[in-house]
Design a protein around this ligand. Structure first.
Ligand code: GLU
Length: 312
């Protein structure tokens, strides 16, 4: 299925659709080897065979396949959009959230303690909590700021917080609570812990479909800078940190297999950026042993191979 995003005619829509169909086939097979996350009780109920994929290009095409109009829980993909929203307000925020890769688990309390309460990067939970804290301080509502950024790329599409997923995480969220307390102990938070955790869980519980996410992330591939208030150097930094830290402990594997900056979430979403060309987003709930969508990684790997997308 092909939809024009802008007035520009799609010149290679047929071939994009063909590549997408092949990638979906490869991804759906790989998904059978993964397991749906049980970290958030409400998410463990999702049907494992759901599969949606979308490619948005900088020349205005949006090609999609499968369950591409069905909203899914974006979870840690929201860390990327919250970071971008914060950097729009203050490009110097890197100093507070860090940019270094880490081998520690994404929600490790031990690592945060070891580093004296300094987060490694904005894509581990400690860094993401600081991002949400600063965005909340600046805007009064970090969730709305994140939703606004997601909606900007595709006006009219439904992007909402799934309150049942947010509640489900809030009730059992001892680990993020522990991280927030360690951050607060080290003076790294400006807002109250309760309010911050409520905002963070709602931000993670945003539901959007793959077409919306691929379109919303397109400003990270746009070298003309027409679609964002972020400077080129900020966008380059975001992509660099995505490449080294966006895929949990699998950065080396993803760089080797795919070669694109990417972010994934425990809801089974993955979004990857090809600077100058476009974005690709997949939703497939079963996760691999690194915690990334098994089908999502395989589908993006195949698509990138067919399309010749790699930053290397
Ligand atoms: N809400 C989840 C958490 O904070 C998101 C995890 C993820 O998608 O990586 O742990």
């Amino acid at each position: 299925m092909v939809t024009d995003l802008m007035t520009k005619p799609a010149h290679d829509d047929g071939i994009l659709s063909e590549w997408l169909e092949e990638a979906v086939e490869v991804g759906a097979r790989a998904a059978e080897r993964g397991r749906v996350s049980t970290q958030i009780p409400a998410l463990s109920e999702v049907t494992p065979s759901r599969f949606g994929m979308a490619v948005a290009t900088t020349d205005g095409q949006l090609v999609h396949a499968g369950d591409s109009a069905e909203p899914f829980s974006i979870q840690s993909l929201s860390k990327l959009f919250a970071l971008c929203a914060l950097l729009e307000h203050d490009p110097r925020s890197w100093a507070q959230v860090g940019w270094h890769p880490t081998n520690a688990h994404f929600n490790s309390v031990a690592e945060l303690e070891r580093s004296g309460g300094r987060p490694a990067n904005p894509f581990v939970n400690a860094g993401a909590l600081v991002v949400t804290d600063r965005l909340l301080e600046r805007t009064g509502d970090a969730v709305s700021a994140t939703l606004d950024l997601l909606r900007r790329g595709s006006p009219g599409r439904v992007v909402e917080v799934d309150q049942s997923v947010a509640m489900s995480e809030m009730i059992a969220d001892h680990r993020n609570s522990a991280l927030a307390h360690v951050l607060a102990e080290h003076g790294r938070l400006t807002c109250g812990i309760e309010r911050l955790l409520a905002q963070y869980c709602q931000q993670c519980a945003i539901a959007a479909d793959v077409q919306t996410v691929a379109s919303a992330a397109l400003f990270l591939a746009d070298r003309t800078r027409s679609s964002t208030e972020l400077t080129l150097s900020t966008v380059r930094r975001i992509n660099a940190v995505l490449l080294t830290s966006g895929m949990y402990g699998a950065a080396g594997d993803i760089a080797y297999r795919i070669g694109l900056p990417a972010k994934s979430g425990i809801g089974g979403g993955v979004v990857a950026i090809m600077p100058g060309r476009g974005t690709v987003c997949v939703w497939s709930p079963p996760l691999d042993s690194d915690g990334n969508s098994a089908g999502g990684v395989a589908a993006i790997e195949r698509f990138a191979e067919l399309a010749g997308w790699s930053v290397f």
